[in-house]
Design a protein around this ligand. Sequence first.
Ligand code: ADP
Length: 492
Amino acid sequence: MADIKAILKNMKIWRSLKVRLFIIMFLMGSIPSIFVRVGILENYESRAVDVRTSDVQTQLRIIANHLITYNYLQDTSSEVIGAELEQISNLYNGRVLIINGNLKVVKDTYAISEGKTIISEEVIRCMKGINTVNYDAVNGFIEITIPIVETVSAQMATAEVPEGTEVVRGVMLTSVSTDSIVNTMELLNRKALIVEIIMVFCIFAIALILAQILIKPFDRVSKAISEVKEGYTDDPISVPDYLETEHIVDSFNSLLERMKALDDSRKEFVANVSHELKTPITSVKVLADSLLAQQDVPAELYHEFMVDIAEEIEREDKIINDLLALVKLDKSAAELNISAININDLTEIILKRLRPIARKKNIEVTLISKREIIAEVDEVKMSLILTNLVENAIKYNREQGKVDVTLDADHQFFTVEVADTGIGIPAESMSQIYERFYRVDKSHSREIGGTGLGLAITRSAVMLHRGSIKVDSVEGEGTTFTLKIPLTRVLL
Ligand code: ADP
């Protein structure tokens, strides 16, 4: 059983929406028609039996009155009654028994049971004045009992039985055949069955066509996606037939857009990398060529050019190192080497390392620790983040400027604020500073050894720690970078 279920479940056809739609429509269409047929037939049967019963009861009541009038229970010689009984039994294809007060059969239209005594529940109940009707659907007859009632006249009245009392003198027990009802029902059933079969065929065809039509938009979606996949088109696709297909298509289009954006940024990145790597090499080549072109070059000039060449090579080396750092950060967060680090100590060490550079421009670097911070971070990446920010704050500062590094924490996050009194960042560049190779002032940045990769690296490292980075800057006055990083490691 379980095996069959598993097989059915795995059958591809059941997973088709078209098949499911077809089955649902087919069942919803054909099951009601079966119920309607069965319901109508049953209803007809009970109606027909009721009508037949009440017809017979009316006839019998009339005859019962005649029986009293002709005193038939004592004397069965009346031809009028005999004819009436004959007529009713012929009319309804039935049998009539007339039973007197002693439960003795005085007349049987089949002439079988005359003189016999009948003690049946129905007869006895009828003697008490209760009509009974029994429908025997299996054998195809209705059994009806009618009391033969006499109203006590003035001459017959006694003290116990006053005038006007109705007294049951006997019972008419009748069974009438329901063959004609059964025949009509069979005929009806046959006709209904034919109509039903035709309907089921029509429903089958309609369900098949509808399922085909309803599923069309989904076929269109997959065709449109295939076209994009096979490269015929790059345009966004559109299948607005259903809200559902519109949603699928919208999601696909946004995915497409994202992929295009990724592809564009990859191309741009490759172009930028090539350009950035080429620049120092070109300089080296120009310097070397000019040396080679001259004869008897003085040793000082050689030395000067060689110093320039060494600088360019150093720059190339810096770009390559930054690129490698960036590539490493692009890998997953699982590669973070997390441990509990004292952020105050770490910052102190970094500032110590950078102070000599700051001193060249007479810049004062101050650490303001508002509280002791122990956080679960990757020490190497955290150093990278802090070094880049403080280095920028020094690099883009003025002579005798200031750099304030403020550490603080609440119960969830720690914050690092790096504020400088430097040249600031123009508002229009603010959103681009994290882009790879972006520099506000290319030549200035180059002069002071910037690659345009520092903030891209910083942001990636902050993101890996599930933190955030924010910048506030006023041109000519200074810049403040604020980091907010969870104290404990946040898993996805
Ligand atoms: P770079 O290696 O050129 O410093 P970054 O990615 O670190 O590259 O920074 C990108 C650009 O953002 C820099 O070229 C500079 O123009 C601007 N910038 C970054 N930090 C500061 C700062 N503290 N003050 C002013 N400008 C800054």
